[in-house]
Write a protein that binds this ligand. Structure first.
Ligand SMILES: *[C@@H]1O[C@H](CO)[C@@H](O)[C@H](O)[C@H]1NC(C)=O
Ligand SMILES: *[C@@H]1O[C@H](CO)[C@@H](O)[C@H](O)[C@H]1NC(C)=O
Length: 372
């Protein structure tokens, strides 16, 4: 039976408006670092000697133009005044702009870090990183060493000290699914005395991983393992049981890694994208509407990320922050402006992946320093 002319007409009209709204709603997010608040964005700060723990996470001691109104009697801490300043930046911003503070944490030392310095980077990259371990040490999905655990404890103690200074607590936590990050986040945040509503319930994010491929330390464990080892963590429905991203023969290029981390940032700043329903989510958390319907950028302001040196390098690059190597276990806050701009995102140049370099000597008989 032929469809009625009216239905056909309706179908055409609907198709027309759908196409039109798609083209007019095309937009993308842009990220930029806001400098002047933290020591780590000051070119005078040496990343090699910077100590986040003894410097209030690098928060610069200064007055802000909003202090007169907020703190006329000079009773508030630097963090409280910073928090007010950030609120006033967000109040003044339109619906297409948000300011957010990213607490970027790197995992503590893992067994792969020890092995790379033991064998030297050359022998590591061409041979040892492809193996799960040697006779006495395992580095596939590397676990934290005792030193790595102590670094995470230092991060915890720094949070405890800064909570006394009224540091704004993360409103949401994200972690890489690699064990060294899951574990670092747990040691750092699990014992903190957090107020209700700000509980530590990190969301495991596939895209927040280290450079993918070849190195077994960057191959994740199964979702079942993560669920049983970290029962309080939120694992999105879309998270595959077995690692879908790691390739034994190909290593992700830096530009591909940055494109992936940009996707991650777009994901976490897109309204309602975080509320991935999961059996690990509380019912009241599901119902809570923290993202106002009219904002076009997610409203979380204080965001904790537990990740890797490569992932952090990419995030800093995407937001236009200067290069800053975070040591194992280190934490740096970075203030970012997130803007929704009309049009398609700019094209990114993405280099192809590479294969493992060939060994120039026998990596099993000589230590790295002899090969160089
Ligand atoms: C700011 O002052 C506090 C307290 O006087 C001090 O502990 C901290 O190290 C200072 N921070 C910086 C970045 O100089
Ligand atoms: C295995 O590697 C570790 C460094 O990661 C090293 O300390 C240890 O001696 C190595 N084991 C053997 C049997 O070579």
């Amino acid at each position: 039976m032929a469809s009625s002319p009216f239905l056909l007409f309706l179908t055409i009209i609907v198709a027309f408006f759908t196409a039109m709204s798609e083209s007019t709603s095309l937009s993308h997010l842009e990220f930029s670092a806001v400098t002047g608040y933290f020591l780590q964005d000051d070119p005078a700060t040496d990343p090699d000697t910077f100590d986040y723990s003894s410097t209030n996470f690098g928060l610069i001691n200064q007055t802000y133009d909003t202090d007169d109104k907020f703190d006329p009697h000079h009773k508030k801490t630097q963090w409280e005044r910073f928090g007010y300043k950030l609120r006033s930046l967000n109040r003044a911003a339109g619906t297409n702009t948000r300011f957010a503070l990213l607490y970027l944490g790197r995992h503590g030392e893992g067994y792969h870090n020890v092995a790379e310095s033991y064998y030297g980077t050359e022998a590591w990259d061409c041979y040892w990183s492809l193996l799960d371990g040697n006779e006495t040490s395992t580095w596939a999905d590397a676990r934290l060493t005792d030193a790595g655990k102590a670094q995470a404890e230092l991060a915890r103690d720094t949070w405890i000290a800064q909570i006394k200074n009224k540091v704004p607590l993360p409103e949401i936590y994200y972690t890489s699914p690699l064990d060294r990050c899951l574990s670092t986040a747990q040691i750092t945040f699990d014992d903190l005395d957090l107020p209700t509503g700000k509980d530590f319930k990190p969301i495991v994010k596939e895209l927040l991983r280290e450079t993918l491929g070849i190195h077994t330390c960057d191959r994740r464990s199964s979702a079942s393992y993560i669920r049983s080892a970290y029962p309080d963590y939120v694992i999105p429905h879309s998270f595959a049981e077995e690692d879908p991203l790691w390739d034994a023969k190909l290593r992700e290029s830096n530009s591909a890694r940055s494109a992936r981390l940009r996707k991650f940032l777009v994901d976490i700043f897109t309204p309602n994208n975080n509320k991935d329903p999961s059996p690990h989510h509380d019912q009241d958390e599901e119902d809570e509407d923290t993202h106002s319907a009219n904002s076009r950028v997610n409203k979380d302001t204080y965001i904790s990320l537990t990740a890797h040196s490569g992932a952090i390098t990419s995030i800093l690059e995407i937001v236009g922050h200067r290069k800053f190597a975070v040591s194992t276990g280190g934490v740096i806050p970075v203030l970012v402006r997130v803007e929704r701009k009309p049009g398609a995102p700019p094209k990114e140049e993405i280099e192809p992946p590479s294969t493992a370099p060939e060994c120039r000597g026998d990596p099993t008989t000589v230590r790295g320093e002899l090969m160089n």
